[in-house]
Design a protein. Structure first.
Length: 242
């Protein structure tokens, strides 16, 4: 992964990510995760986890605990069912903004109940700005907004954005489903992480990025992203942490 000075863009190619491959899961990790550890790659700004997971039919993550994390799951294809110890149950599908606040402690499961279809998702974690809060859950269908093009706020701690709420005032997740050749400006922040969930495109200053690639920006302004010939779906974390 390229790593350069403040104000410059570093690129992580898809194949450079850590990989967990077992019988029911094929996971790619943008940062240190579980048994995969690199002290030089533990986070980018407030973003601690960005995992791209492919879950086989009739399998998934059995009940397990979390604490003091804001966890956002974004489906690319298929569905998973969320259940947690606070009584929340929800089916997560493409275009559904969903977050779980682990707070003082929560147990949950994420299962692909389909007998034939793989579930493909990106799960992302940021630390809560306040510890020991009450656990929570929220989901909202934003397919109509995504269909308009441009960037759509998915999850944010900013009260001025029409997105699901996370307990981290300095973080916002944006998503875009962009038509071929469509261009957007990357939001400006102290740290920005752009992940290509589907398709391809070009980021000014970084060149072409394809599915699974990511760019890490540090006070780099608002470079333009232009979708490639097949279009692109992108996920952008904007975090301001000094």
């Amino acid at each position: 992964m390229g790593k350069r000075a403040e104000g410059i863009i570093g690129v992580q190619k898809s194949g450079e990510r850590f990989r967990t491959k077992i019988d029911w899961l094929d996971g790619r990790h943008s940062f240190s995760f579980g048994p995969h550890y690199d002290p030089a790659n533990t986070h980018h700004g407030l973003l601690l986890v960005s995992n791209e997971d492919r879950i086989r039919p009739a399998s998934g993550f059995m009940t397990h605990p979390h604490r003091d994390m804001e966890i956002v799951t974004w489906m690319l294809s298929g569905e998973i069912e969320h259940k947690d110890s606070e009584g929340h149950v929800g089916v997560i599908y493409p275009g559904l903004a969903q977050r779980m606040s682990a707070g003082a402690g929560i147990w949950h499961s994420e299962i692909n109940n389909s007998k034939s279809a793989e579930a493909h998702l990106v799960q992302m974690w940021v630390a809560a700005d306040t510890e020991n809060i009450a656990p929570g859950y929220e989901q909202l269908d934003i397919n109509r907004e995504l269909a308009k093009g441009g960037l759509v706020p998915v999850a944010s701690g900013r009260p001025d954005l029409a997105a699901i709420r996370i307990r981290q005032k300095d973080a916002t997740l944006w998503a875009g489903r962009l038509a071929p050749g469509a261009a957007v400006k990357v939001p400006e922040a102290s740290h920005v992480h752009l992940f290509v969930a589907n398709g391809s495109g070009t980021l000014a200053g970084a060149g072409e990025l394809r599915q699974g690639d990511a760019a890490r920006l540090v006070r780099a302004g608002s470079p333009a992203w232009t979708a490639g010939p097949e279009g692109a779906e992108i996920l952008i974390w904007q975090t301001d942490d000094g």
